[in-house]
Ligand binder design. Structure first.
Ligand code: WTA
Length: 621
């Protein structure tokens, strides 16, 4: 893999791209420079508010309130405001399933479906302020459910459909969700993924896969049956700008995933504006973000950003190599996709499959490409640029996090010269700096997280304590070059980035020690050509337990069952001990040195340095 910084050529948008730009980037930057708060207030007017705010920002670090006194509804902004004019009959969602089945929902269709389902939720006793969990495949009902929740002021917590029953249960418990909206199952690589089977809570079940499921009377209800007689007339709830919109769980350094809280006004402003800016969105675009709604990218850049802008978007449920390795390119050709937003891990997979797959399809409709989730190595950037973008599409490398709610560092495509591997500059209205080699956000922004559900202390200690409550600590290592470009270098905490998914080392360790024969475990993320990082687990078995042939496979399977297949370790290394300091702290840094073939660092703080030598020779063999 080529490393960051190694590629030095600069890429410019074509004259044609610049001429057609709908965003005047220079004006935005200038405007923001002359007063950040006023700038955001002006930008906020792109949304429809019920009552205007009286104060733009109340900032009592680390607590921010944006657009204080203002009221609005997120669903109204995504749906209702598009059904009066020309967008009424425009496609909002073009959906295609893995087996080729398709559905199109216009904004008017979406309005009816969302309103009906909002009434269904009400009839199940859900009201403003209640939390509802959503555990779904990538089907229109996932989006309808999210929007129906915010229509009536309920807070959604979406759980990625690839998570296990345990992971779902943890999130339902922690969030206090009253109900789970799920489906019988979904499809991936031709396989049926059962979802309802993982759900033991009261649920509303979408019939999608058509598989048999066990429905418990009085507890589980079918979506289609409830929808049959639901009215499509459901007024929107007036929400305070600071009322919660959703909770989304993400991994941190300790074992338990944290419920990141976002509120309505600021989040919607961030989602709406950054989508328009970074993708230079036009009414004629066919936009495709390949993320699942279970992640923040799916929240902001599948649901709230594109829909609040009245965009037409493609949604695909399934795998990029089904039935063949050109499925993405076939979809782009079929629907005339103009903007593609995907992850470096996907791009590296396509590279491995070979250029003949995209070359066999007509990709001329594309005009802009995006990347998100992890640093993009210049080699993958250039491949994406050449073979997908045909050297005419700018690439927007977008840096942000679940916590930031929307994109923070990215080029504006008609304006910013691109350097492969750099996310370039902060967006207008965003201020960042690098302190002690870590990226700091130095002033509040509208879509910032407002807290961790049920854990204000952790909110402070994770994000604010480091710089005395003044600056937001991102946990991302970063550098700036002589031209001021930001280069994001990966996490500096114990969070791994596996195929663009955040997984805590502690989460995997807890899953491992939950296995009856395992005494202790240390998990690290190791450089991986496709996934960015792969999971390696060093495992200490209980006394008297022998390593059998199938133990490694069984242990891997156990982790999948506890968390989900995304957390499957690449390697399990059985060891007689783990390298620890005298105070008992596991030194993961040394394990990483071994796994990535580096010279071992300082060993003096180790309680027993022989173990690390032993592991090294075991590995070198
Ligand atoms: C990483 C995903 C480099 C980073 C939106 C961050 C990136 C974590 C980029 C957040 C990028 C995301 N360049 N690194 N363009 N985008 N990251 O919360 O380490 O799932 O902290 O949000 O992904 O992951 P999360």
């Amino acid at each position: 893999m080529t490393k960051l910084f190694e590629e030095t050529e600069t890429y410019y948008a074509s004259r044609e791209f610049k001429k057609d730009a709908s965003i005047f980037a220079a004006d935005l930057y200038l405007d923001a420079k002359f007063g950040r708060e006023k700038f955001w207030a002006k930008q906020a007017k792109h949304l429809d508010w019920i009552k205007p705010w009286h104060t733009i920002l109340e900032w009592t670090p680390p607590d921010a309130k944006w657009f204080v006194g203002g009221t609005l509804n997120a669903c109204y902004n995504c749906v209702d405001r598009h059904i009066t004019g020309e967008t009424r009959n425009k496609a909002a969602i073009i959906w295609e399933g893995e087996r080729g089945d398709t559905r199109t929902l216009t904004y008017w269709d979406l309005y009816r479906e969302v309103s009906k389902f909002a009434n269904v939720l009400k009839s199940r006793g859900i009201k403003k302020g209640d939390t509802v969990a959503i555990y779904m495949p990538m089907i229109p009902e996932a989006i309808i459910s999210m929007l129906a929740c915010c229509r009536i002021g309920a807070i959604h917590t979406v759980v990625f459909g690839g998570f296990s029953a345990d992971a779902l249960n943890d999130r339902v418990q922690d969030s206090g969700a009253k109900l789970v909206i799920t489906a019988d199952g979904g499809f991936r690589k031709g396989n049926l993924i059962r979802l309802k089977d993982h759900c033991s809570h009261p649920s509303i079940v979408v019939k999608h896969a058509g598989c048999d499921v066990e429905m418990v009377e009085g507890k589980d209800l079918w979506y289609h049956e409830l929808m049959q007689n639901a009215s499509s007339d459901c007024p929107v709830e007036e929400m305070d700008a600071e009322d919660r919109l959703f909770i989304l769980y993400t991994s941190g350094t300790t074992g338990k995933p944290k419920g990141i809280v976002h509120t309505t006004g600021g989040y919607m402003v961030g989602a709406n504006r950054t989508t328009a800016w970074v993708f230079d969105l036009k009414p004629s675009d066919i936009y495709w973000c390949t993320a699942d709604v279970g992640w923040i990218t799916g929240h902001t850049y599948v649901v709230y950003g594109p829909l609040s802008n009245g965009a037409t978007q493609l949604i695909y449920e399934g795998s990029p190599d089904y039935p063949q390795k050109d499925r993405f390119w076939k979809l782009i050709e079929k629907y005339g996709v103009t903007i593609l937003y995907t992850a470096p891990t996907a791009i590296r997979t396509f590279m491995k499959w070979g250029t003949e797959w995209p070359a066999g399809c007509n990709l001329s409709s594309l005009r802009l490409l995006g990347s998100v989730g992890e640093p993009i190595n210049p080699e993958a950037w250039l491949w994406y640029y050449t073979h997908i973008g045909q050297k005419k599409c700018p690439i927007v490398d977008t840096w942000w996090q679940t916590e930031t709610g929307s994109i923070m560092i990215a080029p504006l495509p008609a304006h910013t010269p691109l350097k492969p591997g750099s996310a370039t500059f902060t967006l207008p209205g965003i201020e960042a700096d690098i302190i002690d080699n870590v990226l700091a956000i130095t002033s509040p922004w509208p879509s910032m997280l407002r807290g961790i559900h049920n854990d204000p202390e952790r909110f402070y200690s994770t994000y604010w304590q480091k710089w005395d409550g003044k600056y937001y600590y991102t946990s991302d290592g970063a550098k700036r070059d002589a031209d001021g470009y930001f280069w994001l270098m990966g996490r500096v905490d114990d969070v791994m980035n596996i195929s663009g998914h955040r997984i805590g080392t502690m989460e995997v360790e807890s899953a491992l020690v939950d296995y009856p024969q395992i005494a202790e475990a240390a998990v690290i993320g190791v450089e991986h050509a496709i996934k960015g990082q792969g999971i390696w687990a060093f495992v200490l078995l209980k006394d008297g337990v022998q390593v059998t042939d199938d133990l490694e496979a069984t242990v891997k399977q156990h982790v999948c069952a506890k968390i989900g297949a995304i957390a499957r370790p690449e390697r399990i290394i059985f060891t007689r001990d783990l390298p620890k300091t005298r105070s008992g702290k596991i030194m993961r840094r040394l394990l990483r040195d071994i796994a990535e073939g580096r010279v071992l660092g300082d060993l003096t703080t180790l309680a027993d340095s022989s173990i690390i030598q032993e592991l090294k020779s075991q590995y070198d063999d």
